[in-house]
Design a protein around this ligand. Structure first.
Ligand code: ADP
Length: 174
């Protein structure tokens, strides 16, 4: 028997500690968790497909029953392809709920055999989002390293440095 398999799909642009908290909790609930990094969507991402997959792989390396794959199909198709009967999503606010509720109903129509599983964010990650992280990183805010795994913090710092060099922001103003 293959056991209980779940997917955790998302953009992970970049992975945050909120995402990793969900991965860790899901890894205790299921025999196998496949994190699906969405690729080639109409949505433009800051990090490339390969970067997002690599960052997520590194960040999840400690979880022995978690693997990371890119996917460019419908979420329910990705679930079927890896043999998963469960789709995990994280919920932070009411706005997440509305979006997820609509998606869940669509997924149910497409694949009634697949169950959506919603995990409530841990309170410390309630206001943490990948977009906020990118915004703060663009301004070089040091707080970012508390919000993302160390490998992502390193990448964001490198980006910040490149940006600062391009704009001359590191030069002393006279
Ligand atoms: P998507 O573009 O598919 O929403 P994201 O990478 O933004 O992808 O998020 C992936 C999943 O992780 C979503 O279910 C989202 O609600 C959840 N998530 C994002 N940030 C947090 C957080 N801080 N705490 C808990 N869940 C989160």
């Amino acid at each position: 028997m293959a056991g209980r398999i779940a997917i955790y799909p998302g953009s992970f642009d970049p992975p945050t500690n909120g995402h990793l908290d969900i991965v860790g909790r899901a890894s205790k609930m299921f025999d196998r968790v496949v994190v699906g990094v969405g690729m080639n969507r109409a949505k433009k991402t800051f990090f490339s497909d390969d970067d997002r997959i690599a960052l997520m792989k590194e960040a999840c390396a400690a979880f022995t029953n978690v693997e990371v794959q890119g996917f460019d199909t419908l979420t329910v198709e990705f679930a079927r392809n890896v043999g998963a009967r469960f789709v995990i999503r994280g919920i932070r606010a009411l706005s997440d709920f509305e979006f997820e509720f609509e998606m869940a109903n669509m997924n149910r129509r497409l694949a009634p055999e697949i169950e959506m599983v919603f995990l409530m964010t841990a309170p410390e990650y309630l206001f943490l989002s990948a977009s906020r992280v990118k915004e703060l990183a663009a301004f070089g805010a040091p707080i970012v390293s508390d919000m993302v795994p160390p490998n992502v913090a390193k990448r964001l710092q490198a980006h910040g440095r490149k940006r600062a060099l391009r704009t001359g922001a590191t030069e002393p103003a006279d």
